[in-house]
Design a protein around this ligand. Structure first.
Ligand code: ZN
Length: 152
């Protein structure tokens, strides 16, 4: 299991500067997820009613970072973050693995209820305790990208 401790990710400056992963750590973008393939209107409406979820916004540094990198690159980051930090069947610090700030994908995860397997189960009906399928990972990445696109 590939698993990154929070400590590795918490240096906000490093994240904003885009050195979250070495260049070779990325798999080629599998799909550059087509967010239009999904209808997120129901889940977005539910999220908008949550005082906790609706507080999350991309800050100016996040927006600059997304614009500088471009959405396809952010999509690759999202797929990588989800594969390493949300998809494993067992996540020792589940519920605490997603920093509240830093990479825009982290912010999107909190805003959309995709921050941990507990929230993924509550908000999206995807059970904890087993590895996420590729289809489920794509759904999460598409939702994150849809949220990020709306913020930009
Ligand atoms: Zn959570």
């Amino acid at each position: 299991m590939i698993y990154i401790k929070d400590d590795d990710m918490l240096n906000g400056k490093r994240l904003v500067e885009g050195n979250l992963f070495g260049e070779d750590d990325f798999e080629p973008c599998r799909q550059c997820v087509d967010t239009g393939k999904y209808d997120f209107s129901d889940v977005m409406a539910r999220l908008a009613k949550s005082d906790f979820r609706k507080r999350f916004r991309l800050n100016a540094a996040n927006v600059d970072y997304v614009k500088e990198k471009g959405l396809p690159t952010i999509c690759i980051h999202a797929a990588d973050i989800i594969r390493k930090r949300l998809a494993p069947a067992v996540i020792p610090n589940d519920g605490k693995q997603t920093p509240m700030r830093g990479h825009p994908v982290f912010v999107a995860q909190h805003a959309t209820g995709c921050c941990c397997r507990g929230c993924l189960s509550r908000w999206h009906g995807i059970p904890a305790g087993r590895r996420l399928t590729d289809v489920e990972q794509e759904y999460v990445v598409a939702l994150l990208m849809a949220w990020i696109e709306k913020q930009i």
